[in-house]
Ligand binder design. Structure first.
Ligand code: SF4
Length: 528
């Protein structure tokens, strides 16, 4: 019986029927198909979060100059307060509210009589105390159930205070995971924010999409892009702002880092404003170099291409000695990676370049296109995700502009540029790797025992389960409070942290010595 069968065999027949589609072993040369983005099994201890977490926690939360009011009881706001490390800096032009958590703190009376009055009062207070240019309201579970009309409250407040007020109906029970919340956030930003600014287009301008500046990742990527000479119009949304995002439609190109959370905006920007998008990966040296070269190929300016190569050579030289050393320390190790919806793929190549093979991997809430590539689109939506609004945008005749002709785009695609394309995890995972979609605690523990990776990358909920089993663990959501991990310097930070984790002496002391060696030596009848 192989490892997959040994794990699945322990389920009841009903559970087996469900999970066998989500747990697969990659087969060489086979069209590997996986079930994803379906309802989690009740009671199975999934690692997933909710729609509110995907909308407020992931996509809109990092917008620093926005007061984000969480409409609901206090838990949803409190638990998300400062726990995701999307860093941001304010300056003389941009306010930064990220150190706060704003909540309407609903009570029993608000559930019984409705919470709209309290929400209006919260908006009034926020305007008076903080004077923001934009307020966003995020719904939590009870709001949808009691029927508060947060969109009407937002429209009224927008008129009353002459600021932008956007409401997001991202109640936690919608969809099956954080993923539905990403989609709702993308729709709201596209309908209400993007394209409302009046800035004029500038040369070599780009938006960085799906980069949330965890541990300073976005800053490191932007540093390199600016060195080459690009103008960054907006970052969605790490250290991003409402003011920048209003003018996102003026960029020449969108770079998509996290495909899962922001592909909707990338697609809508293309339809409405004509901006192409390119899949990039700024994690791992090979990924960064390829991405920078792809962006340069898109703009096709010899000066920009030459600067790209000069910056690559310079940045690479700076980290070269360190990378060689860490590679010597990590060679032939094996790893497991379970993250949300994109990092698993992004980190595989970085680990590969350090000599580490990923033998066990998966996502919490990715869709089939994140595993198998966008060629599987469109996917049939199941009943659980039908309550996630899907919007259609149309060409904006006044603001629509294209950087290249259709023929040129076709040529670039034929030359291999990943324009509007993403090949998914399958493109880089090794044959025979074990993949688990929507992984749960039982499967985590069972595969750990069977496959014994040298290091396990995941999140805070399973970190200590893994370490108790004697396997070092690093968090790939919070970076264990380290980072940045993106960019050239980030790759070096990552290599250092992994080397330290794998070589921590404590892991050789997990078993008490008397379990494997005799500690008492005595004589019996004069014999030892
Ligand atoms: S599931 Fe509901 S109650 Fe729980 S965090 Fe999400 S919105 Fe809040």
């Amino acid at each position: 019986m192989d490892s997959r069968d040994k794990v699945l065999d322990q389920y009841s027949s009903k559970l087996y029927k469900n999970r066998k589609e989500h747990v697969i072993q990659i087969e060489d040369g086979e069209p590997n198909v996986i079930a994803a983005d379906t309802r989690a099994i009740p009671g199975i201890m999934t690692n997933r979060g909710c729609c509110y977490a995907g909308c407020k926690g992931v996509v809109i939360g990092p917008l620093k100059d926005v007061v984000q009011i969480v409409h609901g009881p206090i838990g949803c706001s409190y638990y998300a307060w400062g726990t995701r490390r999307n860093k941001a800096k304010g300056d003389e032009n941009t306010k930064n509210f990220l150190e706060y958590c704003f909540s309407t703190d609903m009570q029993e009376t608000d559930i019984v009589f409705g919470g709209e009055k309290k929400l209006k009062k919260a908006i009034k207070e926020a305007v008076e105390i903080f004077d923001p240019a934009c307020i966003m309201i995020a719904s939590t579970c009870p709001v949808g159930l009691i029927g508060d009309d947060i969109h009407a409250v937002a429209a009224e407040a927008e008129e009353m205070y002459n600021i932008k007020v956007v409401a997001f109906s991202c109640e936690g029970y919608k969809g099956v995971s954080q993923s539905g919340g990403h989609h709702i956030a993308n729709n709201g930003l596209m309908k209400n924010v993007i394209g409302t600014g009046d800035a004029k287009p500038v040369k070599y301008s780009i938006n960085l999409l799906g980069e949330y500046n965890i541990g300073g990742d976005g800053w490191e990527i932007c540093r390199v892009l600016k060195r080459i000479g690009y103008n960054i119009v907006s970052v969605m949304t790490g250290d991003g702002s409402y003011e920048e995002m209003k003018n996102a439609h003026t960029a020449d190109l969108n770079l998509v880092q996290c495909h899962r959370s922001i592909n909707y905006i990338a697609e809508m920007l293309k339809t409405k404003y004509g901006t192409e998008w390119l899949k990039v990966n700024f994690i791992g040296i090979e990924g960064i170099k390829q991405s920078l070269r792809d962006v340069a190929a898109f703009f096709n300016d010899p000066a920009l291409t030459a600067k790209t190569e000069a910056v690559i050579a310079d940045e690479e030289e700076e980290i070269a000695i360190g990378m060689v050393y860490y590679k010597s320390m990590l060679k032939d190790k094996t790893a497991a990676i379970y993250v949300g919806g994109s990092r698993t793929h992004h980190y595989i190549n970085l680990l590969k370049s350090l000599g580490v093979e990923v033998i066990l991997a998966g996502y919490e809430f990715a869709h089939r296109d994140d595993y198998e590539g966008r060629q599987v689109l469109p996917l049939k939506m199941d009943a659980d995700s039908k309550n996630i609004e899907s919007i259609t945008v149309v060409k904006d005749p006044a603001k629509y502009r294209t950087f290249h002709t259709e023929e040129r785009i076709k040529e670039l695609k034929e030359a291999g540029l990943p324009i509007e394309s993403y090949d998914g995890l399958w493109a880089d995972i090794a044959d025979k790797a074990m993949i688990t979609d929507d992984y749960n605690q039982f499967e985590t523990e069972a595969f750990l025992k069977l496959l014994k990776p040298d290091i396990f990358f995941s999140g805070i909920k399973d970190k200590y389960i893994v370490q108790r089993s004697g396997v070092p663990s690093r968090q790939l959501h919070s970076y264990d409070y380290s980072g940045p991990y993106a960019g050239f310097k980030g790759a070096l930070n990552f290599a250092r942290d992994v080397t330290l984790a794998v070589n921590t002496p404590a892991f050789s002391l997990v078993q008490a010595p008397w379990k494997s060696e005799p500690t008492l030596i005595g004589n019996l009848g004069g014999m030892e």
